[in-house]
Design a protein around this ligand. Structure first.
Ligand code: SAM
Length: 182
């Protein structure tokens, strides 16, 4: 069952922003719209909200209808907000909120592959692009996973921030052997 997302720190965020009537604010991670709604209710302001998940933008349709021209929803990544804002002619805003992570809706839908509770396909996509299932072989062959055996050695010439010699490190940490590096 999909449960609505309950945002934490909402009161703190609203208090910190000191929202003003007529000002423009950005919500970088719309989700179920909890932050956007709180901003719109706290002042007669405008909110432009982004989410890379098309499902979040779709379900946000009701909210944007309710707030009419005060809420604009944009499907896209917050990293691209500058270019996404250009067509709207917005080049300055009074505040930006981010509620980073996954939403309850994404976690609750086992088919999306984020769930901790239910089995699902290894997908984990928030938007279009390769699924985690397709990413796996690429990651395994990249330099992120280095399977080269390590010998736990410190070069004799190595200097340390505290000025300790490699010999004294060896005395204090017997599990590390000191040898000349190749
Ligand atoms: C924790 S939820 C936000 C919940 C929201 N504050 C609310 O009250 O319902 C995080 C949202 O950020 C979105 N997201 C994650 N990475 C993103 C990105 N790079 N750009 C835009 N949205 C992103 C996810 O799709 C998800 O809907």
């Amino acid at each position: 069952m999909t449960t609505p997302h309950v945002p934490v720190l909402l009161a703190e965020v609203v208090a910190t922003l000191k929202l003003r009537d007529g000002a423009v604010y950005l919500d970088g991670t719309f989700g179920a719209g909890g932050y956007s709604r709180a901003l719109l209710d706290a002042a007669s302001c405008r909110v432009i909200a982004f989410d890379r998940d098309p499902a979040a933008i779709k379900t946000g349709g009701d909210l944007s209808a309710r707030y009419r021209d005060r809420l604009t929803l944009i499907e896209g990544r917050f990293s691209e907000m500058e270019s996404l804002l250009k067509p709207l002619g917005v080049d300055a805003v009074s505040g930006i909120v981010f509620d980073l992570g996954v939403s309850s809706m994404q976690l609750d839908d086992a088919a999306r592959g984020f769930s901790f509770r239910a089995d699902g396909p290894l997908d984990m996509r928030m938007s279009s692009g390769p699924s985690a299932r397709n990413e796996k072989p690429r990651a395994a062959s990249s330099s992120c996973i280095d399977e080269t055996p390590r010998s736990n050695t410190i070069p004799e010439t190595a200097s340390t921030p505290s000025g300790l010699s490699s010999d004294s490190i060896s005395e204090n940490r017997p599990s590390i052997s000191v040898s000349r590096s190749r």
